[in-house]
Design a protein around this ligand. Sequence first.
Ligand SMILES: Cc1ncc(COP(=O)(O)O)c(C=O)c1O
Length: 484
Amino acid sequence: MTQDKGAGQRMTGLQATGQQATGQRTKGQQTPTAQQAAAGRNLWLHFTRMSSQASGQVPVIVRGSGPYVFDASGKRYLDGLSGLFVSQIGHGRKEVAEAGARQGSELAYFPLWSYAHPRAIELAQRLAELAPGDLNRVFFTTSGSEAVESAWKLAKQYFKATGEPGRYKVISRDIAYHGTSMGALAITGLPAIKEPFEPLPPGGVRVPNTNFYRAPEFVADDLTAFGRWAADEIERAILREGPESVAAVFLEPVQNSGGCFPPPPGYFARVREICDRYGVLLVSDEVICAFGRLGYYFGAQRYGYQPDIITFAKGVTSGYAPLGGMLARERLMEPFEEGAATFLHGITFAGHPVSCAIALANLDVFEKEDLLGNVRAHEAGFRATLEKLGDLPIVGDVRGDGYFYGIELVKDKATRQTFDDDESERLLRGFLSPALFEAGLICRADDRGDPVIQLSPPLTCTQEHFDEMEQILRSVLTQAWSKL
Ligand SMILES: Cc1ncc(COP(=O)(O)O)c(C=O)c1O
């Protein structure tokens, strides 16, 4: 049933600069510290070639302050990726950490299985107030993958409870990343990270994404027509699969993987229309895009559409503790409100009291410092600063919205020719990742689609930080070009 195709085949994993930054030890590199050596022996890094750790040179980040982090030797790095799209308020906020500590001494743990606790109640109420429309029901998880998994399970059980038991399929976009648990992976559109785990749960169906830079020729000159075509591909997929078998469409407001694809004008309005026509749920996967990344609490608010479910994680706590969840519309809970009906799903640590207390303190910072206002005030400057890089021969496209950008690298700007696997390997892993990290910028060189550099800085950043990013990128990308 899964219909992944094309792009993304060559990718080997997530790659934040730093993770692969110290592949082979070269002349001049220091011997590993005791901690690095211990990491080499015992710590299994995620989505990381462990062969690259053989030299025991894993970067060890020990502390953070504002948009900067520091390694064990005291060297400073601009955190241009907010860790992993997480640290919205920046690092080192004592008041947020202390909110967690206070909660820990008051009530460190109690489950949300049959019980509630004050912080989960307060946070659910606050999120429902912030979310668009009647997304009033909050189901907590501990992570984004669990949020996506929960949304699919809810869609399936909801349709079974409402007399449409045949609806189980999920539509998502090529190269989109929706998480790593088996269900979330079935929704993910990256063949290379799925293949080792096949067979995955059946029902994942792929449609084109909104990468206008790589649009098919017949709509390549018209963004609105491209958006209409991409949305209509969802309708075609629903019809092909049989509407009575399709439960939900999972879309990010701005697709991360592949390098920040914003929705063309009219795209989401059209998708909403299509979902309504065929009774399919629209899930806005906002694990990255919620909590200010796009200048709004939720990406759906920026682009003006009403999802049936929003999945979230990451920025809800700015990473001071793990938390995720889904916000569901009232009607999705109705079948579970009578008699013995129960959503048969739960997670021990979901809605952990410490995480909820931290999320509340995180949202207090958003309000006190008007972080949404900061993003809206400075996003044009961020875009303009990154667009300056367009004069480099290796920069093909700069795209994104808010504080969320991808820079696509090309071999030939005129033809938009991309790099072959070998060049991509040499350029991204061999040179760019370590060079950007060395130069003091944490960002992501990613080749899950065509090669891109991704930036997603803390929402507190202003022009001085954009300039710092631009200067480092300019210098390193210029060197990269000379090495091709
Ligand atoms: C859109 C989206 N969904 C889901 C996930 C999975 O989240 P987690 O890594 O917290 O499981 C991610 C992670 O980056 C994501 O970007």
